[in-house]
Ligand binder design. Sequence first.
Ligand code: SF4
Length: 339
Amino acid sequence: MYTTNILHRADWWDSIEDKPGFVQCHLCPHTCRIAPDHYGICKVRQNISGTLYSTAYGRPVALHIDPVEKKPLYHFYPGESVYSIGTMGCNLACDFCQNWTISQMGYDKTLSSNIYTPQEIVDLTLSANLQLLAFTYNEPTVYAEYMRDIAEIAVKHGIKTLSVTNGYISNNIIQEVYENVHAFNIDLKAFSETFYKKYSKASFHEILKTIKTLYELKKHLEITTLIIPGLNDSEEELRQEFQWIVENTSPFIPLHLSAFYPSYKRQYHMPTSHETLVKVRELAKEVGLSYVYIGNIAGVDNSTYCPACGARIVRRHDYHVHIEQRDVCLCGRKIDIVS
Ligand code: SF4
């Protein structure tokens, strides 16, 4: 690690022919057209003299070791710890963001940064004796080059990588960006274009495309929906979401229903009640999803049960995890958990 302000030339952009000095970024569906010296919506991709740079490359602002359940991923190496990194920036602008101090800000240009090369991130993971590495905290898409380069080195050391993402990425580059990323938790914030336009400043259908593509690429996939009272918790909308997941991916995709707490521009919004989450979980199960968990709230049973016989497979209490059965359930059904 060293201290500097070196910038990394971005990929996935081109110059705009009829606008000298302007560039267009193709990394996410915003396809920002960026004037000289300006940044894209994500605040970490900057046009400097007609070239697009990734200002987040090599500049993580969060480096922690977490339980993999905290991402949350419940069906991917349960009980393991994961080396976790995040940078500044995000390509969505959710007014309820729970991580806004890093996601809704760019870097302070007056400060120099600690630079970590991709190899150094992998070395930190290995020296912590970990086999899992997560791109999380803010939106990994906005530092796609850095994530891709870290993941490429990580796989050579047998490390599994995972991305906790809002799914807002250009569909035609998903395979390239995520070639060496094994597992995903995708935030499906609501099941409506109106919601995404109004509260996240993004297009809902792009998220669905990402989910379908990752599923087709056979990546390990889990989905999280933050239940925000009055904004995305109508029975009709949630039923549509759960049906869509069942029909377009699988009834065995783990779904995490997360409790909202007042945050960012929604300091005075009501938090999600325990009763609401339990009710929504029942709805998801009624629609056909087999693995539905409740997050961000204490006192719920988040153990995993076999969908065929009901036997407990993984016992969970907060972040304490005990695997009771591996690979195949006592009833003979294959267990939908990577471990
Ligand atoms: S990644 Fe950033 S700069 Fe590129 S299109 Fe998306 S928001 Fe704009």
